[in-house]
Design a protein around this ligand. Structure first.
Ligand SMILES: [Zn+2]
Length: 272
């Protein structure tokens, strides 16, 4: 039996299927995985640009470089479109087979592909969080781009200084909550705690099948998700070229956008 059929059979014979995705799932949508060649961290050191403290330091000391970083991040993240792998996962939810997607990605591509039940453990580029009351605000992609662009334009004119200088300089270029608090991107930077991890673990405990895509399983605690499914006797289908990182029942050494449509096709034929 070929591996696609084996994967499809496991999915069809499971009662609660979830998907767990990482950066590799979005690589074919034009978002290079951060650590790969051409990734964001190659040009912008993660110690500075991947942590809140580092970002603040760059903003106050090298505003031009900060603006350049925001522009590249906008270009990369907002221009991306879901690939056939995302669309396959979206269709699995529409068919009632897939119950939840737990993703480490912040790009919103699963939602764009039609998934409604998505847990984003590392936050999202289309959400803002109030620093005062912690209220979360959902934005459209366009609203998020407009805010990022406005901020990036303003920062180009900033000449650096202390935090107080920055706050007054950016006063009318940053978003505010109804409570008056400043809103920040609801993205989990390095050194920050993950989001919704209990909800993610709860889904993992319910699941008897986890489709793992594009993740090497090194980022914890998110990487416990497939391990929980396995520990409860569930099955793991892993799609990740050149890297078999989990104790999978089916490992597919192929890209998400190639493998997922093949599995979906077999499933659709079987249930028609
Ligand atoms: Zn607030």
């Amino acid at each position: 039996m070929d591996i696609y059929r084996k994967a499809a059979d496991i999915i069809l014979n499971s009662r609660y299927v979830i998907a767990f995705s990482g950066a590799g799932a979005s690589a074919e949508s034009g978002i290079p995985t951060f650590r790969d060649k051409g990734g964001l961290w190659e040009k912008y050191p993660v110690e500075l640009f991947g942590t809140p403290r580092g970002l603040l330091y760059v903003m106050l000391t090298e505003p031009g470089k900060f603006a350049e970083f925001i522009s590249s991040a906008i270009d990369t993240l907002f221009n991306a479109k879901p690939n056939p792998g995302h669309l396959g996962i979206g269709e699995l939810e529409k068919l009632g087979i897939l119950k939840y997607v737990i993703t480490q990605n912040i790009d919103g591509l699963h939602q764009e592909a039609g998934n409604r039940k998505v847990i984003e453990v590392h936050g999202s580029i289309t959400k803002l969080r109030c620093l005062a009351c912690h209220n979360i605000k959902e934005l459209s992609k366009k609203q998020a781009i407009d805010i990022a662009k406005r901020f990036s334009e303003r920062i180009k004119q900033f000449r650096g200084g202390e935090l107080e200088d920055a706050i007054s300089f950016f006063k009318d270029a940053i978003p505010y909550c109804e409570c008056g608090g400043i809103m920040r991107p609801d993205i989990v930077f390095f050194t920050e705690p993950v989001h919704n991890i209990n909800a993610a673990f709860e889904e993992a405990r319910k699941a008897d099948c986890c489709i793992v895509v594009g993740t090497s399983g090194v980022v914890y605690p998110a990487a416990y998700v497939p391990q929980i499914v396995k520990s409860k006797g569930g099955k793991i289908i892993e799609i990740n070229p050149n890297q078999n990182s989990f104790d999978s029942d089916v490992y597919i050494d192929e890209s998400f956008s190639q493998a997922m449509p093949k599995i979906l096709q077999i499933i659709k034929t079987a249930i028609q």
